[in-house]
Design a protein around this ligand. Structure first.
Ligand code: GAL
Length: 631
């Protein structure tokens, strides 16, 4: 497969006179793809029912004539102001019940049926017009579902749809009462119409109620997306993508991804390190102009799974962004490194965001490949270099990894609903396990939680999966490799109750969690052989073989054959201590990667990515600062 580059472009923001020159420069730079359209609703339909496709016809034609291929975005993340006059109830309400108003973007509630009808209308009009246009080679639905915290809405529309959803799931209020344990605090309902949304309660709502709402809200995103996909497919054979985000778990991306052809994600490494990722001050300083060495790779592997093998970067940071607490300039080389790392993880395309920096509105301070005066910005030359390298290089095929980590969105909701300790973040738990595997130089696959067949893997990690699916439990029972499950895995039923027999209740493993405790971050639980648990530890009973113990005598790691259970949250060094022998016993070759250097094998090629600001010597190679080496 030929791996390609692209860019995000907003023809509606520029004088038509510059389009041809822009297109010429994009093609000369070596770009293949141009994503357009995703925020242009007021230009497509300035007045209700009055369409203006002329400019979009011409923009697509100009890009196509330059040899570029268009990814056409549906504009449903930015409904025009007139629509709000027509449907004042289309807005989402926040947890306090306040409307999330007009004047930026994503001002809609996924549950608003009138808004869905408007979306169906504009998407149908676009699909009819451009579905067979040879220059439109892919579609994007909406833009970044969940961005700006927009999945959960406490609107009357959401309430109405939630009640319907509950009625379908539980069939009777009595069944719902039983499933949720509503006898506790006399919370029983006599009718689905009595059930509210789980906000504005006096103290915490029933966690089963919250979890039902989270599942519902996720289904609403999937349903909203499916509506668009079904329309597009009726008129077009081009593949359909959505651009997901980093460290966003508010909806089940596997469920949305099942309806799409390509999982794309938007990679802003410096913004993420500054804004999102839990990290020490020293770590943030060290990687401030490069980004976290594992954060991008984690999402590449996650979205490869969400896309069932097909995935892109739809937006790649090209310079400082505007939205993080601090917005440093990437080190020279990073715009190239990030692209190559994506290709090494199997990206079909990497598109930079955006072509030219906007001189107006919210993102004036966000860099593009061009400055506002159209002079090339620093990332321009790096993109050009990548384009040249791609043309010269044989393909880098993705190989199946020996090691896999299960990722489950539902578990993120579960532990947000009932953290039990302030630091219990599901994303963080999985990410730290992933990072520990990368520090051992390994390729990793991320797997969905309903994986029914683990054959081919040697080591599979299942950290923190709240409710392990029958499929996964069956796959583990049949698995001949090493499994490392826990902490906190399989400790809730599908209705968010405590299961009896007690967790983890794994095939063949005689071990029960009889007590859990959460601890402040400065109170570790030391292990007997060195290392420690942080945040969370469990006390086990049962006859399973003890592999590691805590200094206070409780088991830290137990096993029966290849099935292992981990009874706490290891710190970074302890993850390494636990994982190394498991890898070695399976014949998985490990190395100690230097702190800022990572490797990935693809198609017989080993790539080294140096996230440090200094050159790093490793295995007979010196990788330049912010540089890539392959061979
Ligand atoms: C993304 C979004 C883009 C742009 C970009 C700025 O989240 O999809 O439209 O806002 O961030 O970094």
């Amino acid at each position: 497969m030929k791996r390609t580059l692209g860019v995000c472009y907003y023809p509606e923001q520029w004088d038509e006179a510059v389009w041809a020159e822009d297109a010429r420069r994009m093609a000369a730079l070596g770009l293949t793809w141009v994503r357009i359209g995703e925020f242009a609703w007021t230009r497509m339909e300035p007045v209700e029912g009055v369409y203006d496709w002329g400019w979009l016809d011409r923009a697509i034609a100009v890009l196509g004539a330059a040899g570029l291929r268009v990814v056409l975005g549906t504009p449903t993340a930015t409904p025009p102001r007139w629509m709000l006059t027509k449907h004042p109830d289309m807005l989402a309400l926040d947890k306090e019940g306040r409307p999330r108003g007009f004047g930026s973007r994503r001002h809609y509630c996924f549950s608003s049926r009138p808004y869905r009808a408007e979306c169906a209308r504009i998407v149908t009009a676009m699909a009819e017009r451009y579905g067979r246009n040879p220059d439109v080679a892919a579609w994007q639905t909406d833009n970044e579902y969940a961005c700006h915290d927009t999945v959960l809405s406490y609107s009357p529309a959401a309430l109405h749809a939630f009640r319907d959803w509950l009625a379908q799931r539980y069939q009777s209020p009595q069944a719902l009462n039983r499933a949720w344990g509503n006898v506790f605090w006399s919370m029983d309902y006599a009718s689905f119409d009595e059930i509210g949304l789980p906000n504005l309660t006096v103290t915490e709502a029933n966690p089963a109620h919250v979890m039902a709402f989270r599942r519902f809200a996720s289904d609403e995103v999937a349903g909203f997306n499916r509506l668009q996909v079904d329309i597009l497919r009726r008129h077009s054979e081009a593949p359909i993508a959505h651009n997901y985000m980093g460290q966003i778990t508010d909806f089940d991306h596997f469920a949305v991804g099942a309806d799409l052809d390509i999982a794309a994600w938007d990679a802003y490494p410096l913004g993420f390190l500054s804004d999102r990722l839990p990290a020490t001050a020293e770590h943030r300083r060290r990687f401030v102009r490069q980004g976290d060495p594992d954060f991008q790779a984690f999402h590449h592997d996650l979205y490869r799974a969400v896309g069932r093998g097909r995935w892109w970067i739809m937006e790649q940071q090209p310079g400082p962004v505007n939205w993080a607490p601090w917005n440093p300039d990437p080190l020279p080389g990073m715009a190239r490194l990030w692209a190559w790392e994506a290709f090494a993880h199997g990206a079909e395309a990497v598109c930079y965001f955006r072509w030219r920096q906007a001189p107006f509105a919210q993102e004036q301070m966000h860099a593009g490949l061009l400055r506002p005066d159209s002079v090339a910005a620093p990332a321009f030359a790096e993109a050009e270099q990548v384009a040249g390298e791609l043309a010269a290089m044989p393909d880098v095929a993705v190989e199946r990894a020996e090691v896999a980590v299960v990722f489950d969105y539902t578990s993120a909701w579960a532990w947000e609903t009932q953290p039990q300790g302030r630091d219990f973040s599901y994303f963080r738990l999985v990410f730290e396990a992933y990072r520990a595997l990368r520090r051992l130089g390994l390729n990793i696959d991320i797997l969905p939680p309903d994986m029914a067949d683990l054959s081919g893997y040697k080591l599979v990690l299942v950290p923190g999966v709240a409710t392990m699916s029958p499929a996964l439990l069956g796959a583990l029972a049949a698995f001949v490799g090493t499994a490392l499950v826990g902490p906190r895995s399989n400790s809730k039923t599908a209705e968010f109750a405590t299961p009896v027999p007690l967790a983890p209740n794994l095939p063949g493993l005689n071990a029960r969690v009889m007590r859990v405790e959460s601890l402040p971050p400065d109170v570790p639980v030391p292990l007997a052989a060195g290392g420690q648990f942080l945040h969370w530890r469990e006390k086990l009973e049962g006859s399973a073989e003890v592999v590691e113990t805590c200094a206070d005598g409780f088991a830290a790691l137990v096993r029966a054959g290849g099935m292992h259970y981990l009874a706490g949250w290891p710190d970074a060094a302890t993850w390494g201590m636990v994982l190394r022998p498991l890898c070695e016993a399976q014949g998985i070759a490990v190395v100690e990667m230097p702190e800022g250097l990572r490797q990935r094998r693809a198609g017989g090629v080993r790539f080294l990515f140096n996230y440090d600001a200094e050159p790093v010597a490793f295995d007979g190679v010196v990788v330049p600062a912010a540089g890539v080496h392959w061979g």
